[in-house]
Design a protein around this ligand. Structure first.
Ligand code: PLP
Length: 422
């Protein structure tokens, strides 16, 4: 038995499914999850000493690569002065300024401890501001695990093929209207039928059913329809924020949402989330306003520090050109291997779907052959490449993925496919 197998056997007795977040359990691909001991740059090392080129990047945050020296040094220094005070700190002010400078629609921002908390709070804010109840979301989009958002969700919910989660009260689920992504008539229809829509929440580029870009003009139509009907537009940029551009998808596509949620990269690999918008909207949050939201560890000094170092390194816009070039090299290389896949990519977010039709929404993503993906995943693991253990997740390229690392990955894929065909 490997150390990973031993640990997983023990963990399954102690933690539901042996993991603290479902997709980690490898149920989407079968087999035993690798327990990770450490990571550096573009690679992770498991407890058995196997080294893998990593395209999960802790599901998005590690845009600088793992164990970045500057991030680690800054966190160590701040930790030595205390890890949490439950009182305001300078770090929070600095990170808020950094986020506001970068993200076009954000004039004020509130820090929380996870993406789930960010979206949950953003929805409360939207409902409080509009005095309306209903929420529109899109099939295959994942916005964290708050009750109202666990309806036809992506990520682990899609991976496990779960119908809508038990434990979500029907009265809450009824207030969530779910539509296909990339479909303007469906959104027009829902606005024609319902006057009580507080907000539309969307991943502007979906990552949580695998990478699915918006069609040309789609985000513009979503913006126009929400504005025309007095509903707020929430861009969930927990994944895309600082990933697709410094100002996120909203900068890349030139769309201004009313509320933006962030997470992942802005914590530099430590727990974080944030939501922001115009001064007018954000001043409704307590104690400035009456919509309540709070957090014991919100604005944690270690998370703020890791985030600050990371975001400052992303000020240099040439980093996004480097990410684009490396990601294109990877996807071009994978696309050249003669396997029937559809590769979707926006910037450094990508997915290779095992299907032959374009993937534009959940229905088309769901036509992918998960078994073939699982086989490819394990063949890649054997070749030293760690992909997302699910067909319905995006892969991430970091600044530590040099051309040499990318070429090694493509070579590994060539061997993996050769072995699968033998
Ligand atoms: C990861 C993610 C979340 C949830 O963030 P957590 O920190 O896991 O709670 C929400 N929305 C999107 C788009 C995400 O990718």
């Amino acid at each position: 038995m490997t150390q990973s197998e031993k640990l997983f056997a023990t963990a399954q007795n102690l933690i539901p499914g042996g993991v603290n977040s479902p997709v980690r359990a490898f149920r989407g691909v079968g087999g035993t999850p690798r327990f990770i001991r450490s990571a550096r740059g573009a690679t992770i090392t498991d407890v058995d000493g196997n080294i893998y080129i990593d395209y999960v990047g802790s599901w998005g945050p590690m845009i600088l690569g793992h164990a970045d020296e500057e991030v680690v040094a800054a966190v160590q220094e701040v930790a030595a002065g205390g890890t949490s005070f439950g009182a305001p700190t300078e770090f929070e002010v600095e990170l808020a300024q950094e986020v506001i400078d970068a993200v076009p629609s954000i004039e004020m921002v509130r820090m929380v401890s996870s993406g789930t908390e960010a979206t949950m709070s953003a929805i409360r804010l939207a409902r409080g501001v509009t005095g309306r109840t209903k929420l529109v979301k899109f099939e295959g989009c994942y916005h964290g695990h708050a009750d109202s958002l666990l309806v036809k969700a992506g990520s682990g919910v899609a991976t496990l093929g779960l119908p809508d989660s038990p434990g979500v009260p029907a009265v809450l689920a009824q207030n969530t209207l779910t539509l296909p992504f990339n479909n303007v008539p469906a959104l027009e229809e829902v606005f024609a039928e319902h006057a009580d829509i507080a907000a539309v929440i969307i991943e502007p580029v979906v990552g949580n059913m695998g990478c699915v870009p918006p069609r040309a003009g789609y985000l513009e139509a979503v913006r126009k329809l929400t504005r025309d009907h007095g509903a707020l537009l929430i861009f969930d940029e927990v994944m895309t924020g600082f990933r697709l551009a410094r100002g996120g998808a909203q900068e890349r596509y030139g769309i201004t949402p009313d509320i933006t949620t962030l997470g992942k990269i802005i914590g530099g690999g430590l727990p974080v989330g944030a939501y922001g918008g115009s001064r007018d909207i954000m001043n409704n949050i307590a104690p400035a306003g009456s919509i309540y939201q709070a957090g014991t560890l919100s604005g944690n000094p270690l998370s703020m520090t890791a985030g600050l170092v990371t975001l400052r390194r992303l000020r240099d816009k040439s980093v996004y050109d480097r990410l684009e070039a490396a990601s294109k090299r990877l996807c071009d290389g994978l696309g050249d291997l003669g396997v029937k896949t559809v590769i979707n990519r926006v910037g450094s977010m990508w997915t290779s779907f095992f299907t032959s039709e374009p993937v534009v929404d959940w229905d088309s993503a769901n036509k992918s052959d998960r078994q073939r993906y699982g086989k490819f995943f394990h063949a890649m693991l054997d070749e030293g490449v760690y992909l997302a253990p699910s067909q319905f997740e995006a892969g991430f390229v970091s600044l530590a993925h040099t051309d040499a690392v990318i070429d090694k990955t493509i070579e590994a894929a060539r061997k993996a496919i050769h072995r699968l065909h033998r």
